[in-house]
Ligand binder design. Sequence first.
Ligand SMILES: [Zn+2]
Ligand SMILES: [Zn+2]
Length: 246
Amino acid sequence: MYQRVSHSARRFLDFMLPPTCPGCQTVVAEPQTLCPECWHTLTFLGPPCCDGCGHPFDYAVPDRTLCGACVREHPPFDRARAALLYDEKSRDLVLAFKHADRTETTRLFAKWMAQAGRDLLSGTDVIVPVPLHWTRLFQRRYNQSVLLAHGLGKLTGKTVLPDGLLRTRNTPSQGRFGRLGRARNVRGAFKVKPRTALKLQDKRVLLVDDVYTTGATLRSCAKVLRRAGASGVDVLVLARVVRGFV
Ligand SMILES: [Zn+2]
Ligand SMILES: [Zn+2]
């Protein structure tokens, strides 16, 4: 009850107080905007990049070029794109969105994602967010990926299936694992309800998450969606870890 009251009080205050920059809390003129200082510290990602995993290239390449890793083994999704480089600057923004109730930035993030994923979105039939286990959803009260999926749905008019995927196991946080451990940790952790599978038949799915780290969770989700009947799966995230990228 207390939490509910404090949440409503916070919403009321958000409405009454001047808008602040989600990066540093300084007052800004318009809601849903970053201050110029924070804006300049972010690295936006775009072409040229690997047509599969979206890893940025620092030189021009022909269309549909794949990075070495995707040539060796193509991911179970077709294409992945990210709006931002996940670094110490964007991390604060993402963490505030995930844990600190700064959910009013959904519209801004969805706009950046729609831009980064415009080639993907043109072929998308349904948008599906990466799910949280219900116990974690209970602690956090909202799933940041569902918010981003709805934000993209509103911008593009595409159908959103917020419970298109279910998380059947409450897996430990991925943060404590390396690449192989992460893949093992999420194996078999997702499923599609039979009734939802009907809505995925022969549909191109856009899978949405906040951060792409090693891609283990997104790979696992993409496999389940394909097995359920999706004709293709693309991935769109807010921010992406890029090893060795300066
Ligand atoms: Zn700022
Ligand atoms: Zn790649």
